[in-house]
Ligand binder design. Structure first.
Ligand code: HEM
Length: 262
């Protein structure tokens, strides 16, 4: 028996004629979509945490994404287009990952027993990806749908009013799930494709695990601080909920009625 056949013996795959490359290609697509989402989420964290620099800073970031500094006026539908692209990527990633999820409660139990018997940290991490991925599918969909239908409801007061008005619960759970999924996902990507393996894979794996944990903790800390900042502004603004932020500038606000500045 050839080495490759020996490795898959027992799975039944060694008896299959004409082995397909499709599973490997789908796996690569899963990794690429995951990496793109991870990069997006790191950018998203910087954008959302601009609130820590003040309301004016978050307002400027919002107007930047609405194309104000390029076109001289704000177009929230530009944000909706980005949201749509992210939704597509999000669903592609979820659909590719679903192939690997247990398809029944029986399979789920077998998987848990296997993980317990193996006692292997990376297998446990894979289980965490299954749980957090499942949670993110629902929580992320709710968040993305809100951003898609109301792209003009983003801003220091609009966001703070929403968070204070109840969105904090979804945001908090989503933040916990994303922080874990992101750090573990990047670690698993590096291990899977042999990035930064160096001479001793066991040593580099230890460092990669620490790097993944550091990413999770930084993401979580900055995310929690931002969420707290939105809550504080939302609380202080509760009597005037719905009123939009007006920038401290001598120029008319980009979304103010009347003539536009060029
Ligand atoms: C282009 C797509 C997205 C846009 C425009 C967007 C925009 C925003 C904005 C403006 C906030 C501040 C709170 C609010 O206004 O409700 C926020 C918070 C948050 N978003 Fe997104 N988001 C997008 C995609 C995602 C995705 C894909 C995820 C994860 C699956 C995500 C996870 C979160 C979390 C966890 C928070 C709360 C974090 C915090 O406040 O520290 N977002 N997002």
């Amino acid at each position: 028996m050839k080495r490759d056949d020996l490795m898959i013996a027992g799975s039944g795959l060694d008896e299959v004629r004409g082995k397909s490359r499709v599973p490997a290609l789908l796996d690569m697509a899963l990794s690429i979509s995951g990496l793109l989402l991870a990069l997006f989420m790191l950018g998203h964290l910087i954008f959302v945490s601009s609130i820590l620099l003040g309301e004016q800073a978050m307002y400027m970031v919002t107007k930047l994404f609405e194309g104000y500094f390029l076109f001289g006026r704000a177009y929230p539908w530009l944000v909706a287009m980005v949201v749509f692209a992210v939704i597509c990527l999000f669903f592609v990633h979820a659909a590719l990952a679903l192939r690997k999820f247990p398809a029944s409660y029986r399979q789920f139990r077998v998987m848990r027993v296997h993980a317990a018997v193996l006692g292997h940290a990376d297998t446990r991490l894979w289980l965490v990806q299954v749980y957090t991925g499942f949670a993110m599918f629902f929580l992320g969909s709710a968040h993305l749908f809100g951003m898609l239908v109301d792209p003009d409801e983003i801003g220091p007061y609009a966001s703070a009013d929403r968070v204070w008005g109840g969105a904090w619960a979804v945001d908090l759970l989503l933040l916990l799930a994303v922080a874990a999924h992101l750090g573990i996902g990047l670690y698993r990507l590096a291990v899977k494709w042999g990035w930064l393996e160096g001479r001793d894979a066991a040593v580099s794996r230890k460092w990669l695990k620490r790097a993944g944990l550091a990413i999770t903790l930084v993401f979580l800390s900055l995310g929690l601080l931002s969420l707290a900042a939105y809550m504080k502004i939302g609380y202080e603004h509760r009597e005037r909920a719905g009123e939009r932020y007006r920038p401290a500038t001598t120029q008319p606000a980009p979304d103010a009625p009347g003539p536009r500045i060029s």
